[in-house]
Design a binder for this molecule. Sequence first.
Ligand SMILES: [Fe+2]
Length: 295
Amino acid sequence: MIAEQKSSAIAEESPGVFFDLERYPIDKPNDPVRANLVKSCRQQLAETGCARLPAFINSEALVAMTGEVVERLSQVDKTADWQNPYLSEDDETLPDEHPVRQFHYRKNAFLCRDRFAEGDWVDRLFSRMELLNFVRDCLGLKQLYHYADPMSGYLINIQEGGETFPWHFDTNEFTISLMLQQSTGGGVFEYAPAIRNAESENYDAVAAVMEGGEKDVIALPLNPGDLQIFKGRYALHRVTPVEGQRSRYMAIFGYTESPNVISKASRKLKLFGRCLDSHLEAETLEVTRLDNLRD
Ligand SMILES: [Fe+2]
């Protein structure tokens, strides 16, 4: 199929191929069910920083996407590193027990966007405008764009037995995740909602959670097909170590409040061990933050 025919076939594809439109009529902007879903998500996000939409994706689409991941397992980018919750350098001027000085081992793998092609299931789902518009409304934003990064606009996080993603804060305001496959055991998403805010790092509470304090920590049950909207800049969060034969596959869809956002080379190299020319160009651009948090 030539490229133009392929693009128009994708544009004409029914959203029902991907979404359970009975339960989630995200394609109908004026549907009261959609309005209630948006309201419920906004409420969950305001209360805990996390909204879960169970069985959001059809099982046929889920099977197809999981198959695409399995076919590409030889192309994953694997990295391992010691990281603190701020993904920052150590600061020897601080006491030993300070959270900035708590480094945990992260080892996992990503199947990046550039391993997929236009027309693949994962790529088509990411491109759906109903999904972007629904996420925009749930987040209460006026504008939202597809993250333009050629490697991590969307990607699949793959965690095998023994692998973990330790406690951290995100540098981005929100993350949209779709569970494709849950691990045999472990692999539980845990988070401490609103443990910090734009004015305060609240280091004592962060230290308490990292030391194993379960107070204020929520474990979110996720099943294949569940969509999660998460605000991870203020919520400390982690994925507990994966156990057993079956790996955990999580698709992460990137959206940005400004158009044409591409991340810097240094960040790509740290997470994936490689980058593209467009990331080297982005390295020279200044990025400013609206808060004074450590990152
Ligand atoms: Fe995160």
